[in-house]
Design a protein around this ligand. Structure first.
Ligand code: COA
Length: 249
C-alpha cells in the first residue's frame, strides 16, 4: 500500500477529513502509517484553505495503537531503529496540539494504546457507542510510555494509573465520564456530527480560532497565575487583531 492510500483525505468547504486506512489491521500505527499521518497533518496545517480537520478510521477500528507486528524488529540490538520509532511516535502524539487549526477525532471503533493517545492529541473527540479505549501495553510486557503524559493530563492520576496498570478496556460511556472524549453519538451520525462541528469551527474568524487554540494549550500547561497573565497579554492584543490589524504572536 502506498503512503498516499494509507491516509485517505477528503476536503470540502474548509473541512479536511483524514481517514487512517489500514482497516484489516484496525489502523494499527506501523512506521509507514505513523509517518503518513504526520505528513498529512503537517500538510493540512500549511494549507490555508483547511480550517478544521477531522481524524477517523476506515473499517471497524479507529486505531489499534502501535503495530505489534513491527515489535519483532524493535530490539535492543537495533537501537537506532528503536530510537527512530520512539521519535516518530512522540512527534505524532504531540502534533495535534501544535497544529494551528482545530483537530476533531471521530472515533468509530477501537482506540487502543497509541490510538487512544491519538484521540487525546485531538482538540475534540466524538465517539460511537461501539468505540473502545484502553492502554493494553502492560499486557504485552511493555509500557504505555509516550501516551502516558496525555492520559494523566486528561483524566488525572488515579484513573490514569488504573488504565495503564490494568490494561482494561473502557467503553464509550465510561470514556465520556472520564473525560477522554466530548460526546457519544450513534454510529450512523458520527461523521455528520463531526462535520457539523468542524464546519462551525471553520466558519469562525481564522485568527481568533488560531489564537484560541494556541493560548488554550499554552494555558493548560501553566500554573493558574501564569495562565492568567498569558490571557491578559493576549486580551490586550486581540482588540487589534479582531479588526485584522495584528496577527496574534
Ligand atoms: N498491531 C498490528 N495488528 C493489529 C493490531 C496492532 N496493534 N491490533 C489488531 N491488529 C490486527 C490483528 O492482528 C488482526 O489481523 P489479522 O486478521 O491479519 O490476524 C486484525 O487487526 C483484526 O484484529 P483482531 O484482534 O482479530 O480483532 P478483534 O476485534 O478480535 O480485537 C482488539 C480487537 C483491538 C481488542 C485486538 O485487535 C487487540 O487487542 N489489538 C492490540 C491492541 C494493542 O495492544 N495496542 C497497543 C499496542 S502496544
Amino acid at each position: 500500500m502506498t503512503t498516499e492510500t494509507l491516509i485517505l483525505s477528503e476536503f470540502d468547504a474548509g473541512v479536511l477529513v483524514l481517514t487512517l486506512n489500514r482497516p484489516d489491521k484496525l489502523n494499527a500505527l506501523s512506521f509507514a502509517l505513523t509517518q503518513a499521518l504526520i505528513d498529512a497533518l503537517k500538510a493540512a496545517d500549511a494549507d490555508d484553505s483547511v480550517r478544521a480537520i477531522i481524524l477517523t478510521g476506515a473499517g471497524r477500528g479507529f486505531c489499534a495503537g502501535a503495530d505489534t507486528r513491527e515489535f519483532a524488529i524493535l530490539t535492543p540490538d537495533n537501537q537506532a531503529l528503536v530510537e527512530q520509532r520512539a521519535a516518530l511516535t512522540t512527534e505524532l502524539q504531540g502534533l495535534g496540539k501544535c497544529l494551528s487549526k482545530p483537530l476533531i477525532a471521530a472515533v468509530n471503533g477501537y482506540a487502543m494504546g497509541g490510538g487512544s493517545g491519538l484521540v487525546l492529541s485531538c482538540d475534540l473527540a466524538l465517539a460511537t457507542p461501539e468505540a473502545r479505549f484502553g492502554y493494553p501495553e502492560v499486557k504485552h510486557g511493555i509500557v504505555a510510555a509516550i501516551v502516558m503524559a496525555g492520559l494523566v493530563e486528561h483524566v488525572g492520576r488515579k484513573a490514569a494509573f488504573e488504565l495503564v496498570a490494568s490494561g482494561r478496556t473502557v467503553a464509550a460511556d465510561e470514556a465520556l465520564a472520564l473525560g477522554l472524549i466530548n460526546r457519544v453519538v450513534p454510529a450512523g451520525q458520527l461523521l455528520d456530527e463531526a462535520h457539523q462541528l468542524a464546519a462551525t469551527l471553520a466558519s469562525y474568524p481564522v485568527q481568533a480560532m488560531r489564537a484560541t487554540k494556541r493560548i488554550f494549550h499554552e494555558v493548560a500547561e501553566l500554573p493558574f497565575s501564569e495562565g492568567l497573565q498569558r490571557g491578559k497579554a493576549l486580551n490586550a492584543r486581540m482588540r487589534a487583531f479582531r479588526q485584522g490589524q495584528e496577527t496574534p504572536a
